[in-house]
Design a protein around this ligand. Structure first.
Ligand code: GDP
Length: 367
């Protein structure tokens, strides 16, 4: 091949020799106008992913590059999994470049929540996580909500420079960029999207009128997210498509809630209280007595408590217990990548269980 061909889906270099390796495309497909690698082809046509991932080292290389460029950095997070989808250290990597923060998947947040409040919350949290964004937007890439406003802001803040879009896998980065392209050109999808984590592999540039570009960077896999412990067929359960309907439970102490078989919430002590659960609507919540909970999980994980699936149970990590006493009114107990439980008043003693490797944390209530 004289000229290096690039996949229009993920940006990887096209090769025709080895079907098992990255960037493979059959020679016959090279005649087409939009060349895609086999991986993107399968993904688009069969919604099926071939396993390839970017190592943490490669991702670091990309981040290290950012500081050397003169650009606007747009960092995308999943508002439903804010902390789990956060890229630590981005301010340092960005160097002198400004960072615009975009919270995606706003469509999942209950309608009762005021946008303004959520944006203020994002600003506060960002500062605590060491980022001082030049501005903060809330969008839904899937629904097209606020995309025009975000696109206009990007155009203003980039000030004639390139734009680098960064985010961990599954935050909706590709969907967002596709939207922006539609907004600008009216064309259809040109970048791979799917609900499988880790589908955008290499840098891809979308040219802008002034000779600059929007650059899509590959996503990093945040290993502590729930998505890595769920069977690919079950990812739809934890990748919600609709507004999350909070489910409120009045619990007496010594009661337990199971979220499918993925997580568990024990209300250990503190008198009768209400707890609001924000998890995808498709995850069933099962209430039981704390004293029966271990036994219930042992006997029913993989069937009544699902996902995970029965056949997965052997390799599914054990649930690890994290105990907390709630010190501030309106605290979220966050199960990384699954959702959270809001505890309204102080003093409750609770325990949160997640598969070993997945993070649990407390934060000031988002809602
Ligand atoms: P990437 O890995 O960051 O490029 O993420 P993708 O664009 O492939 O999206 C990951 C998953 O999130 C897919 O299942 C998308 O359908 C979904 N998604 C993307 N944007 C939104 C959104 O605004 N709302 C909702 N509910 N889902 C979204």
């Amino acid at each position: 091949m004289s000229e290096q061909l690039i996949c229009t889906g993920c940006g990887v270099k096209i090769q025709t020799e080895n079907p098992e390796e990255l960037g493979y495309a059959p020679v016959s497909s090279l005649e087409k106008e939009a060349i895609v690698c086999q991986r993107c082809f399968r993904l688009k046509n069969y919604n099926e992913i071939q396993d390839v991932s970017l190592t943490d080292d490669d991702f670091l290389k990309i981040l290290n590059e950012l500081g050397n460029r003169d650009a606007l950095i747009v960092k995308i997070v999943d508002i439903f999994d804010f902390n789990g989808s956060w890229l630590p250290g981005i301010q340092r990597f960005a160097g002198k470049n400004p960072v615009l923060l975009i919270g995606n998947k706003a469509d999942l947040v209950p309608k009762s929540v005021k946008q303004r409040k959520l944006i203020d919350w994002m600003k506060k949290e960002s500062r605590e996580l060491g980022l001082n964004p030049i501005d903060v937007f809330l969008v839904s890439a899937a629904r097209g909500y606020n995309i025009r406003e975000a696109a206009e802001a990007i155009d203003e803040y980039r000030n004639g420079k390139d734009v680098y879009i960064v985010g961990c896998t599954n935050v909706g980065k590709s969907t967002f960029i596709n939207r922006i392209i539609k907004e600008v050109t009216g064309e259809g999808d040109v970048i791979t999207t799917s609900h499988f984590p880790g589908t955008t592999l290499d840098m891809i540039e979308i040219p802008l009128e002034d000779g600059k570009a929007i650059v899509d960077t590959p996503g990093i896999i945040n290993h502590h997210q729930m998505a890595h412990y769920v069977d690919k067929r079950d990812l739809k359960y934890i990748t919600p498509k609709k507004e999350i309907k909070p489910k409120v439970y009045q619990l007496n102490e010594q009661q337990t809630l199971f979220f499918g078989g993925l997580a568990r919430f024990d209300y250990v002590a503190g008198g009768r209280r209400s707890f609001s659960c924000y998890v995808p609507n498709e995850i069933s919540i099962h209430r039981t007595k704390l004293e029966n909970a271990d036994e219930l999980y042992k006997n029913h994980a993989g069937e009544m408590l699902t996902p995970p699936r029965r056949e997965q149970m052997e390799e599914f990590p054990e649930l690890v217990r994290h105990e907390f006493t709630i010190k501030e009114a309106k605290t979220d107990v966050v199960f990384s990548g699954l959702g959270w439980v809001t505890v309204n008043d102080v003093g409750a003693k609770i325990a949160a269980y997640v598969p070993k490797g997945v993070h649990v944390m407390l934060r000031r209530s988002l809602i």
